[in-house]
Write a protein that binds this ligand. Structure first.
Ligand code: F6P
Length: 359
């Protein structure tokens, strides 16, 4: 009997179900003696042994369904080794559940935080395979994560729709895009949506440069400007602060997010009407785009092959169009940032997009 535990952890995204379907279809095409334990709401399910027995039928018809049939939650890594109010040692509890159910392996779908915990469980002797999930595309070791392309599609659609109204009213429009500490979604959606200014956490901006770009556009007969800003974008001034100082500054910030701070500054410096659009969690919602359906099916099937081969301790990644296995210890705790010197940025700049850093 092959006993597989499965869980989805962290923020959800499109194609989680499609990826799990890929794993199960892959395994069940070769083995009939399979038990699938679906842990509910991420690591919580493993800690409290809250699971459901699933069959291959449960994974039929979910290729296009967004969200996760298992539910998910965020369990901060730093709290994993801190006993809860009942003195529960969460790591020991997860190990206990795994051994009590005599699992052969755990398939974990998640992003950065999830991978830290997954690697810790590997170090504790559990057989782990992970799949790269996040709209942010910030997982080290893989060219792409599933959810990313779907989020880019949605953010692009938002920017597309802003174009006509921005033009009619000669306004400045700020679209705030998700991505946590990295700018992959904003960069791609910004270019695809024809944004005039793109602000990323990896390229600190100067508000005076932004105001100048807006003035120059007006002088050139383009009285509207579309600015795509990553939720984690940072000014040149703030980038000089120590991490702790910046964190404190953010906590005291009177604005709900970066878009609101920028809007006030731009309004003051340009006298233009500014409007804000925050697509927020719509970027993680709905059906996965075709690319993500194919991608997640492929990494799911590649994970199935590793399980059939009893080859554990890896994340399935996509590199140069091929699925590859990357040791979990190499992935855990590392973020993949946008490289400010990459050719994509250079090409975008050449087409006239400003990144708010230079004129
Ligand atoms: O990591 C995915 C992500 O959508 C980030 O882009 C965003 O910062 C964060 O999750 C939002 O998290 P939550 O759903 O917990 O508000």
């Amino acid at each position: 009997m092959l006993r597989i535990g499965m869980l989805t952890s962290g923020g959800d995204c499109q194609a989680l179900n499609a990826a799990m379907r890929g794993v199960v279809k892959g395994i069940c095409s070769k083995r009939k003696d399979v038990e699938i334990y679906g842990f509910k709401d991420g690591y919580k399910g493993l800690i409290y042994a809250n699971f459901e027995m699933l069959t291959s039928k449960d994974f039929s018809g979910i290729l296009t369904r967004g969200g996760t049939i298992l539910g998910t939650s965020r369990q901060p890594f730093k709290l994993m080794r801190v006993p809860d109010e009942n003195g529960l040692d969460k790591v020991a509890a997860m190990k206990h559940t795994y051994h009590k159910l005599s699992l052969d392996c755990l398939v974990i779908l998640g992003g950065n935080g999830t991978h830290k915990t997954a690697n810790m469980l590997r170090e504790e002797g559990l057989n782990i395979i992970t799949l790269p999930k996040t709209i942010d595309n910030d997982l080290w070791g893989t060219d792409m994560t599933f959810g990313f392309q779907s989020a880019v599609d949605i953010a692009t659609d938002t920017i597309d729709r802003i174009h006509t109204t921005a033009t009619s009213h000669s306004r400045v429009f700020i679209i705030e895009v998700m991505g946590h500490k990295v700018g992959h979604v904003t960069l791609h959606a910004g270019i695809a949506g024809g944004a005039d200014i793109i602000l990323l956490p990896e390229i600190p901006y100067d508000i005076n440069v932004i105001a100048d770009v807006i003035h120059k556009r007006t002088e050139a007969g383009k009285p509207f400007t579309i600015l795509a800003v990553a939720e984690g974008a940072i000014s040149k001034e703030d980038a000089k602060l120590k991490k702790k100082e910046y964190k404190e500054k953010l906590e005291k910030r009177k604005y709900p997010s970066i878009a609101y701070e920028l809007a006030e500054q731009i309004q003051k410096k340009t006298d233009k009407e500014v409007r804000i659009t925050v697509p927020g969690h719509t970027q993680r919602g709905g059906s996965p785009c075709p690319y993500d359906r194919v991608f997640s099916t492929r990494v799911g099937a590649a994970a199935a092959q590793l399980i059939l081969d009893e080859d554990y301790g890896y994340m399935i990644a996509m590199r140069n169009g091929e699925t590859v296995k990357v040791p979990l210890q190499d992935v855990a705790g590392k973020l993949k940032y946008v490289d400010p010197k990459c050719s994509l940025i250079k090409e975008a700049k050449l087409t006239g997009i400003s990144f708010g850093d230079e004129l």
